[in-house]
Design a protein around this ligand. Structure first.
Ligand SMILES: Nc1ncnc2c1ncn2[C@@H]1O[C@H](COP(=O)(O)OP(=O)(O)O)[C@@H](O)[C@H]1O
Ligand SMILES: [Mg+2]
Length: 470
């Protein structure tokens, strides 16, 4: 897949000879690097673009690199080989790194065409991040990179950039507290729901989702990959997770906020159902959904022994769902958020909620993330999030979580016209599926947090209704 770089004379392979040793050490240390704990066996360049050719002073290099790694332990035998992950990198290139950029250092190049240069993470260099905004504003085309914008929205020039400090899985730049540019790190060819859905929603006039003002793409082979999206920066907002923890710590009720959040979720769902195709789920589709959930449970129980005692009871939840599908009832599936939790919701000082980050669950394949699904899946995600918040507080606050869950469903019903609790089997199945996902995630990445989803698993495996406190 190697492509020639846009500057004549340097091939992608030669460039990689310069960068390979540095990236091997630097990439695995990045928060957004998905393949932690496994060695990198091979690098290749998908696209390489000199946004600013290295002069005697500085340069800006845009790269999409493909990283090959061995299989995840336990998935090797018989499983299909994992596709290689692609990452977007913005590398600054300078002869001398000024002290203010020292924390952004990636390394000093000792071989290949960049020999003698210092390479660093360009997002921390305002000259480089300013260049990106200008490229978006002017709809630049450089090599395989295409910068586009919604011409109805003004984008000011010379807005001071800063790197967002948030813990996130991508990287974001804030420009003058006016715009935020999210740069996707792990790149998947094809339509990215984090651009697709906010664009559709902005055309529909949906007030709960910040409208994309500009975006940029790479032509990667037969497909196009979305690399970044610029949208209004919602100044003064607090994310729902932080807000909820603050209220918990102060011993305050959060059900008013939860209700408003339920309303906002339903507004977004209504707009998505208006703007994009919906499908009716009949017997075959419901069985397929139940089978998928059962498979994920089997995989998770295989990897996390603590889940095993509960697996038989949890399977009965999925069987109940499949049984329901065999009856008369049908459900509507539509495009949804796909990874809804308190951290994906921002509340303005005026008390209005916005939903962000429509990428979906990053570990799932793109085609699956873009499929219509029952909106109750988002509701289940948010219910799990209240549970997480309540349990992360030093004193487990079951009533607090129960009140939030009930208020959220009630708020949702006010706009949607139907309360998610009226589909208890469906809601319980999605909540169980989410808790199973969390168990696997925590066991792999944050073992200290494992008791949080395990407590929910225990509840869901006994007879507690999904929306009541225990
Ligand atoms: N439009 C916005 N206005 C203000 N802050 C935002 C906006 N979009 C994102 N953020 C901040 O950036 C963080 C990460 O954004 P998000 O889209 O969730 O990225 P990621 O995919 O990396 O999780 C959010 O938690 C929030 O703090
Ligand atoms: Mg996010």
């Amino acid at each position: 897949m190697s492509e020639a770089v846009t500057r004549p004379g340097i091939t992608a392979d030669a460039l990689l000879a310069s960068l390979d040793p540095l990236l091997r050490a630097w990439l695995p240390r990045q928060r957004w690097f998905a393949g932690k704990g496994r060695p990198i066996t091979e690098f290749s360049v998908v696209t390489a673009t000199e946004l600013l050719p290295p002069t005697s002073e500085s340069g800006l290099l845009h790269l999409i690199v493909q990283v090959r790694q061995p299989q995840v332990p336990g998935q090797a035998g018989g499983a299909p080989p994992q596709p290689a992950d692609c990452y977007q990198l913005l590398l600054g290139v300078r002869r001398e790194l000024p002290p203010r950029l020292a924390p952004a250092l990636i390394g000093h190049v000792t071989r290949g065409p960049l020999s003698g240069f210092t390479v660093y993470e360009a997002l921390h260099d305002s000259r480089m991040s300013g260049f990106l905004l200008e490229a978006l504003r002017t709809q630049a085309r450089v090599g395989k990179l295409r910068f586009e914008r919604d011409r109805r929205r003004d984008i000011g020039a010379d807005l001071a950039p800063r790197v967002l400090a948030a813990e996130q899985s991508n990287s974001s730049l804030v420009y003058g507290d006016t715009y935020i540019l999210k740069l996707f790190r792990r790149i998947v060819p094809g339509s990215n729901p984090d651009l697709e859905l906010p664009l559709v929603l902005s055309r529909d006039g949906c007030a709960q989702v910040p409208p994309p003002a500009a975006w940029f793409l790479a032509d990667t082979g037969d497909d196009v990959s979305v690399l970044g999206v610029l949208q209004p920066y919602l100044k003064g907002t607090v994310d729902g997770w932080e807000l909820a923890l603050g209220e918990l710590a102060a011993g305050r009720d959060f059900s008013g906020e939860a209700r408003a959040l339920g309303r906002a979720t339903a507004e977004v769902h209504r707009a998505l159902a208006r703007a994009l195709p919906t499908v009716t789920l009949g017997r075959a589709q419901v069985e397929l959904i139940a089978d998928g959930m059962a498979d994920r449970l089997t995989t998770a129980a295989g990897a996390v022994p603590a889940l095993q005692p509960y697996a038989p009871a949890l399977h009965t939840t999925y069987e109940a769902l499949a049984d329901l599908g065999r009856g008369e009832e049908t459900w509507t599936a539509q495009r949804i958020h796909g990874d809804l939790h308190l951290g994906q919701c921002l509340r303005s000082p005026a008390g209005e909620w916005s939903l962000i980050d429509f990428e979906g669950e990053p570990s799932r394949p793109l085609a699956e993330r873009r499929m219509p699904q029952p909106p109750v899946r988002d509701v289940a995600g948010m219910l799990r999030s209240f549970d997480y918040a309540a349990r992360s507080h030093e004193l487990w606050a079951p009533e607090w979580a129960g009140d939030c869950r009930a208020a959220y469903c009630a708020g949702y019903a006010e706009v949607a016209g139907r309360d998610p609790r009226m589909d208890p089997v469906l809601l319980r199945a999605y909540e169980t599926d989410k808790a199973v996902y969390e168990v696997l995630y925590e066991a792999r990445h944050r073992p200290d947090w494992l008791p949080v989803p395990l407590a929910a698993i225990k509840r869901l495996a006994t007879n507690g209704p999904a929306t009541e406190p225990h």
